[in-house]
Design a protein around this ligand. Structure first.
Ligand code: GRF
Length: 234
């Protein structure tokens, strides 16, 4: 049975697109597929993308999207795994409890640094640059009751270059998100990675320090995806 994913997205939807393209390759959609895209913004790019690919999409105004309503949506569409992709709202406790270990998020920094309430979009990258950090990156993690707080599933570093603007750093990190998130989602969908009883991920994926994928500019998108895919299937 192919795992039924719901993607929750408030905005542009580039991670939704990357996930959809990844699952469309090599028959992976027999393992997992996007059964629902849900947004709290009717004009979200993610919804337009879903419609363009005939994926069932639902817009519910954020003001009326309480935990019970969200949970009812997930249940009525028989969702197995919830994938947050630029979703700006805290997941209500009732949903976290019902789907514990089955809700994932991607964050554009190396958590637990530069995460939490108010840390989204270019604010994250501006904070990284202001702190003088030399390394940022992308993090995939299980979702709990707090913003950007659950157990880490996978991380990948991205260099911060001198003279970086938040926009330049965001673009470098986003490229890695697109390569890192889809295989991490599939690994959880296939239960190759799960949340253990102590609340930690059974595996955490980090590149080896000498991994050439750290030198992003030397890799095209396919090579980057390949390097991260190899690390995730270790
Ligand atoms: C990404 O940077 C993601 O890490 C963060 O929100 C952004 C969403 O971008 N949680 P997109 O809508 O997937 O393009």
């Amino acid at each position: 049975m192919s795992t039924r994913l719901a993607v929750l997205a408030s905005g542009r939807g580039s991670n939704l697109r990357a996930l959809h393209e990844y699952l469309a390759r090599d028959d992976r959609d027999t393992l997992a597929h996007i059964a629902l895209v849900l947004s709290d913004h009717a004009d979200a790019g993610a919804l337009a993308f879903a419609r363009s690919r005939d994926i069932l999409s639902v817009a519910i105004d954020g003001g009326t999207l309480g935990g019970e309503r969200l949970l009812a949506q997930l249940r009525s569409h028989r969702v197995d795994l919830v994938v947050l992709a630029g979703y700006m709202r805290l997941i209500p406790e009732i949903v976290v409890n019902a789907y514990r270990g089955r809700i994932l998020n991607v964050h554009p920094a190396l958590l637990p640094a530069f995460g939490g309430r108010g840390m989204y979009g270019s604010r994250v990258h501006a904070a990284v640059i202001a702190a003088g950090a030399r390394v940022s990156g992308a993090t995939v993690h299980f979702v709990d009751e707090r913003y950007d707080h659950g157990a880490v599933i996978a991380q990948w570093p991205v260099p911060v270059l001198s003279g970086d603007t938040p926009q330049a750093l965001a673009a470098r990190v986003l490229r890695v998100e697109h390569a890192l998130y889809p295989p991490a989602v599939l690994a959880v969908a296939q239960q190759r990675i799960s949340l253990d009883e102590s609340g930690r991920s059974t595996h955490m994926h980090l590149p080896k320090l000498d991994d050439s994928a750290f030198v992003l500019d030397s890799l095209d998108d396919a090579a980057l995806r390949n390097a991260i895919g190899v690390a995730l299937s270790d």
